[in-house]
Each structure stands twice: as structure tokens, then as C-alpha cells.
Design a protein around this ligand. Sequence first.
Ligand SMILES: Cc1ncc(COP(=O)(O)O)c(C=O)c1O
Length: 382
Amino acid sequence: MAYFDYTSAKPVDERVLEAMLPYMTESFGNPSSVHSYGFKAREAVQEAREKVAKLVNGGGGTVVFTSGATEANNLAIIGYAMRNARKGKHILVSAVEHMSVINPAKFLQKQGFEVEYIPVGKYGEVDVSFIDQKLRDDTILVSVQHANNEIGTIQPVEEISEVLAGKAALHIDATASVGQIEVDVEKIGADMLTISSNDIYGPKGVGALWIRKEAKLQPVILGGGQENGLRSGSENVPSIVGFGKAAEITAMEWREEAERLRRLRDRIIDNVLKIEESYLNGHPEKRLPNNVNVRFSYIEGESIVLSLDMAGIQASTGSACSSKTLQPSHVLMACGLKHEEAHGTLLLTLGRYNTDEDVDRLLEVLPGVIERLRSMSPLYRR
Ligand SMILES: Cc1ncc(COP(=O)(O)O)c(C=O)c1O
């Protein structure tokens, strides 16, 4: 097996699992309880909060645990807009955001907010000058991802925060970038930042929104007032502990791992692009170390993925989160690709257990798969 779909799902690190287990059995207390079981759980959640904050240099704010990146993005977009609506109702969101940012923005439009979508260039890089032109006195929020999960393009987030100069809050979805490149809320100048646990080999179903002290939000999940009133519901203590452990490990190990993956990535890109009529999606240089996104003319990405799976290689056509809709990726469309071009896309995302042997196997199998599928394609001129 050669697994190249780490952006869709990652295995939990063994060290993380070990840290979680006691909180599923003997240390099962509820952090809100006022007895020793509760105190122990509360302390564990607090420790995890500090570790997650430290990973992004987040001493100037707080971490709110959520059920994942989707909820963190909803909290950032809806929670910030609702709380700050009296300052203005104008919001800017990049066209290549994950649907967990775009759909909350669309929801706000229905509530009377004015949302504008920031266009991107052919490599998916956000047009900073558009933000500069569109910024108004009533602009309250700008949301741009740190890096794109499909095409790997790293966004000029520092430049964006310089343009904003504190005039509007900046939300950064760092789901795809944490653990791959440096993520430092101070260097970026972020006011809110989304982090996902599974993307750093922690458990699924937990994530966080880091929030700068000065940024005020309205909760979107109401109830018992946990997480400082910003996210009600009894805390998922084992998963939060696991997320904290994953953050601690990532802080120590990401640089070396990114270097290793970058080398494997470049080996794949250099060789795959030798296949005729194949093109790289996303930025050639400013790209995540684990991302390879290539399109092949005349064939469908789904057929490539199915053929590779039969050969023991797992890959993807794009965002796993939107594959249910069968629509071409909104990210590739925003980059200016035609429908048929977007459909011929193969996404390979690398991770901890990929080796040179995996890459050898991929490079051995893929050219034959493309050739066979093209030989069956009515579009391919032989
Ligand atoms: C950039 C980005 N943001 C948000 C999400 C949503 O994450 P989740 O489905 O874990 O809530 C994803 C998922 O792939 C993503 O890639």
C-alpha cells in the first residue's frame, strides 16, 4: 500500500493515542465538576490549550476548542460578524476558501451582510490589491486561508495583514498549513486562526479557534457556557488531550518532516510532469511541502484514483469534503480552469509514513494508468 491522501485523513500518532487513553477510562471526569475528578480533567484541558496556543505562538490570545476546523471556521465567521455588526456589515472572503468558510459567509449574506469574494490568480494566490481597493470603513472581517488544502498554494497572509493595518479583523484558516510550514499568529498578524487536530496526527472530531484577546465574538453553540462561554457542551476531554499532545509533538518535529516531504514531493512533481499534457495546479514554489496536484488532459480524475487504488495506491481528485457534490472544484475554477480541465485532476498529499519506495511505486504505476485511460478516451487524439 502507498497512501497519498493525508489531507483527507491522517492516522493518530501512537504517542497521542497513549496520552488520550487514561482520559477514556480512569480519568473520565467532567471539567465542570467541582471535585477531584473534575479538577484533573480541567487541568488536562488547560494544559492542552496551552500546548495548542504555543504551537502557533498564541500567547496573546486564547484557544477555544471545537468539534473541528469546520466549527472553528463557523465560529470565526458567524460569531465575529454577529458580535461586531454594529461596526459594519462588509466582509471579504477569498474565492478559494474551504466551504466551511464560504457557506457561513453565504449564510451571513442572507442575514443582510455584504460579502465580497477576493479573486485569485492562476496559481490560486489571493489578489492583495483587491483587498486594498475594497477595504471600507464598514469592513469588519477578512478571511483568507494560510494555505490551500487542494492546490497547496501558500497565501501572502503577512502582506494582507499589513494592508488591513488593524482596520478589519483578519481570520486565517490554517487547517492545511499547521505542521507543514511555520504558523505564527504574531508574524501573520492574525486576529483569529483555525487549527485542526487530525491534520497534525491528532484525533478527528476536535479542532480549535485561536482568538486574539481584543477580538470579541458571539457564540454559535449555546448551552452551559463552557469554553469561556464561546462553545457550550461538555468538553471532549480525551480528544482535547490528544490534540494537545499532537501540538506538542508537531512543534518539535515539523521542520525536519517538512524537509523530508518536500524532497519526496519534488521527486513526484519532476517525474509526473514528464507525462505528456500534464500540468501542475497551484503555485510552483509557494506551495505546501506535502502537496502534489496535477491535471491530465482527456481523462477524469475519478478514473485515475480508482485505477491507482486497484494498484494499492490511495489518492484523491481534490477536496474530500466536496467530493459528494461531483461539482468541479471551486478552487480550480477560481484559478481559471475550464470544467474539463478541473475534472482531470489528481491530488496526492504526502505524510509521515510515505517513503521513497512509495514514490517509486507511484512513478512506476501512474504513467501506465494515464496511458490506458487515454487509450479509452474519445477525446484523446492518437
Ligand atoms: C482548509 C480547510 N479548512 C477546513 C476544513 C474542514 O475540516 P473538518 O472537516 O475537519 O472540520 C478542511 C478540511 O479538509 C480544510 O482543508
